[in-house]
Design a protein around this ligand. Structure first.
Ligand code: G6P
Ligand code: ZN
Length: 543
């Protein structure tokens, strides 16, 4: 075994986006591409002698090769120890959990989250810091600077290690431990939730269906829901992670989780349905013939949090991303705790959680989590819901309807225009920005504009400022339209239009969502000229 220094030249565009560096697999397969990025991460970290690194991914195509490369480079960089998930597998929340539990310096997550996998799909890499959360922008920018000027990287020529067998191995002077990907995570869940109550609920005939979408959460759900909580075998469907996710799009929304939606819409549907995404950090919650929007899910969990042992002491605050509905703010107000509004991207919650300002966080993009780790967490959200259902004896629909009756309903939907021309999408946003200043006070029919701006966030902990985080048009009654370009897509641009209408009157709480939002949808089209700019008359995904 020896350590080699390899000459390289920089690749353009290795700037991490909303959630790490995501590109087509073929891009990552170019010689030196992954190595350049990993070396840039290590150069950003500096001296790693004596330190531990966590490595794992969602099992998608190219995962294992990338893990082996990273291990050889970590050894060359002088790490003392690497913890790697068996088979190269670790869900994103599990990486966060393992970093925190084992006091690691950080971790590398290999995933493109909900983006499709397989040889023609996407691959991704993300660095998480000591607190278990995604690296903040200051760190990702430094990584990017290194990728721009890189001339060499260091790598051991050691052979591949056996990732299938749990136990210890060695590369150069570095210890490698192949760990059970589920064990640490499951132990944490047992501390947070009332497993006995959930076990009893299930033993009493309560039926659930969890869709692993052939992605990483399957093994976690099987171990916890079936083996530990007694759900009958087969309660977890699509449970085996596949390199191409079975050809499906591992994004738990009503469009992609069609099989689960069908199961939950049947007359003999289970009581509870849920799905997670490629890397296990997202969640979709369903009742029998009933969908829970992610924004409502956050609000309901917050309102009942003290029913779960891990949150019995109450919440310190609730944080949501700006485009997420304001339902959680109403709960925060009722609880007398602060509500925070951050830009899209889980990394913005890290400081609030570390500073003890917020306990629960959530995003409209099917992400929910808490201060137990520093990532959003799909299986955690499922267990939280099961804990609430067990503790209240109510159905999913009952819990949500009662929530609306108490707090009012924030009708909510996101319209995505995927794969549109990037130039046109940028022009659309630019032309919107120009109109903002003149919008306040305008009567748009049905709605009068209270204010319109481009969301800017000042982190209350470190004072850092993030600009241009989404154009929002806020009406005098609190209804809103928000426009953003996705930071996670890999083809062209994705325009996201977020629509929210507040309705206090329970007599109007059960309208079809798109109908309830009809006037706002029309205004969005008029104001932004979506069809003109994108050539699309309809969104490709509606959540
Ligand atoms: C990832 C991030 C989330 C974000 C979501 C959508 O899942 O972790 O924080 O909300 O992507 O981001 P996008 O920029 O595509 O709207
Ligand atoms: Zn994800």
């Amino acid at each position: 075994m020896s350590i080699n220094t390899v000459s390289t030249t920089s690749f353009p565009g290795q700037r991490p986006g909303t959630s790490g560096l995501r590109k087509k697999v073929s891009v990552f397969q170019q010689p030196h591409y992954l190595e350049n990025f990993v070396q840039s991460v290590f150069d950003t970290l500096g001296d790693c002698a004596g330190k531990t690194l966590v490595v794992g991914g969602d099992g998608r195509f190219h995962n294992r090769e990338a893990v082996q490369t990273i291990l050889r480079m970590a050894a060359a960089h002088g790490f003392a120890r690497v913890l790697v998930g068996q088979g190269g597998i670790l869900s994103t929340p599990a990486v966060s959990c393992v970093i925190r539990k084992h006091g690691a310096l950080g971790g590398i997550v290999l995933s493109a989250s909900h983006n499709p996998g397989g040889p023609d799909g996407d691959f991704g890499i993300k660095y998480n810091i000591e607190n278990g959360g995604p690296a903040p922008e200051s760190v990702t920018e430094t990584i990017y600077q290194h990728t721009e000027s890189i001339t060499q990287y260091r790598i051991s020529d050691a052979a591949d290690i056996d990732l299938q067998r749990p136990g210890a191995a060695r590369i150069e002077a570095m210890d490698v431990e192949v760990i059970d990907p589920v064990a640490d995570y499951a132990e944490l869940m047992q501390q947070l939730f009332d497993f006995d109550a959930i076990r009893q609920l299930i033993a009493g005939g309560f039926r659930l269906c969890f869709d692993g979408m052939h992605a990483v959460s399957g093994p976690y759900a099987k171990a916890i829901l079936e083996d530990q909580l007694g759900a009958p075998a087969g309660s977890v469907i699509n449970a085996v992670p596949l390199e191409d996710f079975g050809g499906h799009h591992p994004d738990p929304n009503p469009v992609n989780a069609a099989q689960l939606i069908e199961i939950m819409a049947a007359d003999n549907a289970p009581d509870f349905g849920a799905a997670s995404d490629g890397d296990g950090d997202r969640n979709m919650i369903l009742g029998r013939k009933f969908d829970v929007t992610p924004s409502d899910s956050l609000a309901v969990l917050a309102a009942h949090a003290t029913l779960a042992p891990g949150y019995r002491a109450g919440l310190k605050g609730i944080a949501r991303s700006m485009p997420t509905s304001q339902a959680a703010d109403r709960v925060a107000r009722a609880l007398g705790i602060p509500a925070f509004e951050t830009p899209t991207g889980w990394k913005f919650f890290g400081n609030l959680l570390d500073a003890g300002k917020a306990t629960l966080c959530g995003e409209e993009s099917y992400g929910t989590g808490s201060d137990h780790i520093r990532e959003k967490d799909g299986v955690w959200a499922v267990l939280f819901w099961l804990n609430l259902l067990a503790a209240t004896g109510k159905s999913v629909e009952q819990l949500v309807s009662e929530h609306w009756a108490r707090f009012g309903r924030n009708y909510y939907s996101r319209h995505d225009y995927e794969g549109v021309d990037a130039h046109a999408a940028n022009e659309l946003m630019a032309s919107l920005r120009i109109k903002l200043a003149a919008m306040a006070g305008q009567d748009l029919g049905h709605y009068v504009v209270d204010f319109a701006d481009d969301f800017e966030y000042k982190d209350p902990v470190d004072g850092s400022v993030s600009k241009q985080q989404g154009v929002r048009i806020v009406m005098t009654n609190g209804s809103r339209i928000v426009f953003r370009l996705s930071g996670t897509g890999t083809e062209g641009a994705t325009l996201r239009v977020y629509l929210e209408r507040y309705e206090a009157d329970p007599a109007f709480h059960h309208l079809p969502t798109q109908q309830a939002l009809g006037p706002l949808i029309l205004i969005a089209e008029q104001v932004a000229g979506i069809a003109d700019w994108t050539g699309r008359a309809h969104p490709t995904v509606t959540t």
